[in-house]
Structure formats: C-alpha cells, structure tokens
Design a protein around this ligand. Structure first.
Ligand code: AMP
Ligand code: GLY
Length: 431
C-alpha cells in the first residue's frame, strides 16, 4: 500500500488528538502540522504557517508533495482551502467552500434544513431589523438570536425575554456587535431538551457515525458561569440512546446527505450534528463542518481502525463505512485551563508534565494552548491541556482522566471536577 505524506492544519487539542491517532497508522510516511502547538511539536514536524493563511498552506502542501491535507478548524474550509488543494490534485479531508456553508452561514443552514425537511427549530433569517423586531414580538414561542456567520461559538444569544431578544437583534443588525457575522441573523424557537454531539465522517452518502458525545460549555461545576470553548466531554453519551440514534440516522442524516447531493455538494469530511433531544424527537441545533473540540479528543481513542486510512478513504471518495471498527470503551476528557479563562489569563507559565512512563496505556495528555520554547512547554492559551482517560466504564475513564490531571501543574491551573455529571446522575438513579 502506498504510504502517505500528510499535513494536518490547526493548532488546538483537536489537532493534537488527530496527530496522535495518525502517528499510529501503518500508512504514514511523513506527518507535518501547520502551525501545531507545544505538544504537537514534540511528536512531529511543525511549520509556522497559520491555519487561516490558506494560500501559504496550499503552497506548502504542493511543494512538499503531500498526499493528504486534513483541516482541523472550520475557518480555512470556509475560506476555500479544500477547493484550492483539490484543484491542485491533493486529497483533502474537509468539505469545499460550498459544504462549509453549513457552518459558516446559519442562515444557509436554516434554509437548507427547511428545504430538505431536516427537523430543527422553526425560525427565519433577517437582515432588516424592523422585520426581525416584528417577528420576535409576534412569534408565539420564546426565541434565540443567532449571528449567521462564524463567531467562534459565541454568536448565539439566549435572551430572558422578548425585550432582550429585540435588543440582541438590534445590536447585531444595527450595532455591528458581531461584525460581518451579525449582518444577517437567525431568529428561532428556543428548544428544550438535553444536547448531544453526533460526529460523522461523511463521504457523499456513506458515513461513519462516531459514538455520541457530550460537551460541557460552562466554565463552572454544575454548569454555572460563562460559556467557554468546552471544558470537558465524554463518549459514548447514553442520553443518545439507540432509539435516538435511529431517529437521527433516518430523519436528520438521511435527508441532510441527500440534500447535499441534490445541491451538487460532494461532501468529504466531518459533519458535526449538534442535536437537542426534545419531546418531539431529535432536532438540529447546529451543523459544524469539523470535529468538535474537545469532542474529537474522546472520539479518536475510540476508533479501532487505522484513523489515517479512514480519513484518506473519505478524502478519496472511497469510504466503506462497514469496514470501520469502533471500540465499545468509554473515553472522557478534562480540560485544564489557565486562571481567569474564559476572561483574560496569563501566558508563558511553565507546565510540569508527567513522563510518558507515568501515563497509563489508553490515557493521553493533549496539548491545546501550549508552546515549546527552548525545550520547555509553556502556556499560550486559555484551554491549556486536555487530559483523556479511557476504560470499560465511564466511571473508570473519568477516574483515569482525573488521576492524570493531578500529575500536571502550572500556575493558576484549574479544571471542572464534574465532567459527565448528567450521565453519572442517570447511572446513580438507575441503581
Ligand atoms: P450553536 O452555536 O448554534 O451551537 O449554539 C450554541 C448553543 O446555544 C447550543 O449549544 C445550545 O446550547 C444553544 N442553542 C442554540 N440554538 C438553540 C435553540 N434553538 N434553543 C435552545 N438553545 C439553543
Ligand atoms: N465543542 C463544541 C465545538 O467544537 O463546537
């Protein structure tokens, strides 16, 4: 089998997890990451090209004769990185600009779901404030307000009443509160239920469904405090029962993939389906066109097949999903953050990490906001490390992750102590 020269684009925990999984592949010839982080730099070659500098990435991939480029984040994809590379004959894991619209424009995504009958909150798109105000004031349901464009997970406002909803719409449409991303907004019904993330590796109409996972957005224990990029996750999340997953396959994934094909979109990459499990069935909260972060970090350890082979098959349009093996184990990740996050925080603190010999098989220390400087690993972001444990049980996976967290330290480090609390409460109730 031909060995592959692989370029991973991105610099977070998600990309470190991808790098770790790819390094195990028997298909790998060389792995490079642009730009990577401190942990990635210890495992493979890194080049200082930013993920958003798509022409420099494409140049580098072309000159280096790379066979496969994997984009971790959505921004390069929405800028057209995959289109440029494909035009050069380089295989890409990640959709073209047209497919990336599912994440880059919530208005596009809303229209798409309406057109193809994909269950989601009822709602409408607006560019005109007066029209939005009228709709908000007259709608029979409570609403949420979303900036249509990319907003790094911050573009959704859940107002406590209609007046606050109107204000949020005004700030986006008239006040420029989210810049270009808020020039169009989606006003939609507030849904009730528990959320889960369903990550698919999509190749046209075939796909691999990875185990359902659940993220923890709020900074504090008990889901308190401000929203973050994600403080921890676990998989599989039992709230997405087999019946829920069957509903998702038949009523969400099938019309979505058929809709993409009908629009002439040859989708090859991750489709992240954020769902709300409501009393009327699963409904789409959002689509993303990349792996979740930190969800990716608990999914990669659960793929038993050669991850690089699956990514490459998707990129080449020859995925056979029946061949992909997923583990029956559990995985959990605890994100270790810098003091002050998600507000302002310090950078440049040295991180003390255990030796590899102190890390049990199946556990990983993933780097997110770190840099390697003169042989030392320093903090460089708000979410600094992701500590992953796996086991035959969820409790075991959490125990392994939390045990390993204690072996890491840096000034001001903190983490949530209650990852998977909903699931643990469910388990306790059922005993
Ligand atoms: P999004 O960026 O669309 O995923 O939204 C971020 C978060 O806002 C979601 O994870 C939900 O917790 C919440 N959210 C978004 N849309 C709705 C909705 N229609 N009803 C209730 N909560 C929502
Ligand atoms: N963890 C949520 C996301 O990646 O969007």
């Amino acid at each position: 089998m031909k060995k592959l020269r692989v370029l991973v684009v991105g610099s977070g925990g998600r990309e470190h997890a991808l790098v770790k999984a790819i390094l195990k592949s028997r298909l790998l010839e060389e792995l490079v990451c642009a730009p990577g982080n401190g942990g990635i730099a210890k495992e493979c070659k890194v080049v200082p090209i930013k993920a958003e500098d798509i022409s420099a990435i494409a140049d580098y991939a072309k000159k280096g004769n790379f066979d496969l480029v994997i984009s971790g984040p959505e921004v390069p994809l929405s800028m057209g990185l995959a289109d440029i590379l494909r035009a050069e004959g380089i295989a890409v894991y990640g959709p073209n600009k047209d497919g990336a619209m599912l994440e880059a424009s919530k208005a596009f995504s809303k229209n798409f779901m309406k057109k193809y009958g994909v269950p989601t909150a009822q709602g409408r798109n607006f560019t005109d404030f007066e029209e939005a105000r009228k709709y908000i004031e007259e709608s029979p349901f409570e609403v949420v307000i979303k900036a249509s464009g990319l907003a790094a997970g911050k573009g959704v406002i859940i107002p406590k009443d209609r007046a606050e909803a109107v204000e949020a719409a005004r700030e986006m449409l008239c006040g420029g509160s989210f810049g270009e991303s808020g020039r169009e907004i989606v006003v939609e019904e507030k849904m009730d239920g528990e959320e889960a993330s369903i990550m698919l590796m999509v190749c046209g109409k075939d796909y691999v469904m990875l185990p359902p996972s659940q993220d923890h957005k709020r900074v504090g224990d008990g889901d308190t405090g401000p929203n973050t990029g994600g403080m921890g996750a676990y998989a599989p999340a039992a709230v997405a029962t087999e019946a829920v997953l069957e509903d998702v396959r038949n009523n969400i994934i099938k019309p979505t993939l058929e809709g993409l094909a009908a629009e002439g979109i040859d989708y090859r990459g991750t489709l992240y389906v954020g769902i709300m499990i409501t009393k009327d069935g699963a409904k789409v909260v959002e689509f993303n066109v990349r792996f979740g972060d930190p969800e990716c970090q608990v999914l990669m350890p659960l793929v038993e097949s050669d991850v690089l082979e699956v990514l490459n098959d998707v990129a080449l349009g020859k995925l056979d999903s029946t061949k992909v093996k997923i583990s029956k184990k559990y995985a959990a990740i605890v994100v270790v953050c810098a003091g002050g996050y998600p507000g302002s925080y310090k950078k440049g603190d040295e991180i003390s990490l255990p030796d590899d010999s102190q890390i049990a098989p199946g556990s990983w220390i993933i780097h997110a906001g770190t840099v390697l400087k003169e042989g030392k690993i320093l903090t460089s972001g708000g979410r600094v490390l992701g500590v992953v444990g796996t086991s035959d049980t969820l409790e075991g996976a959490l125990e392994n992750a939390y045990g390993l967290c204690k072996k890491t330290s840096f000034d001001g480090a903190f983490y949530r102590k209650d990852i998977a609390h909903r699931e643990l409460e469910r388990i306790a109730r059922s005993k």
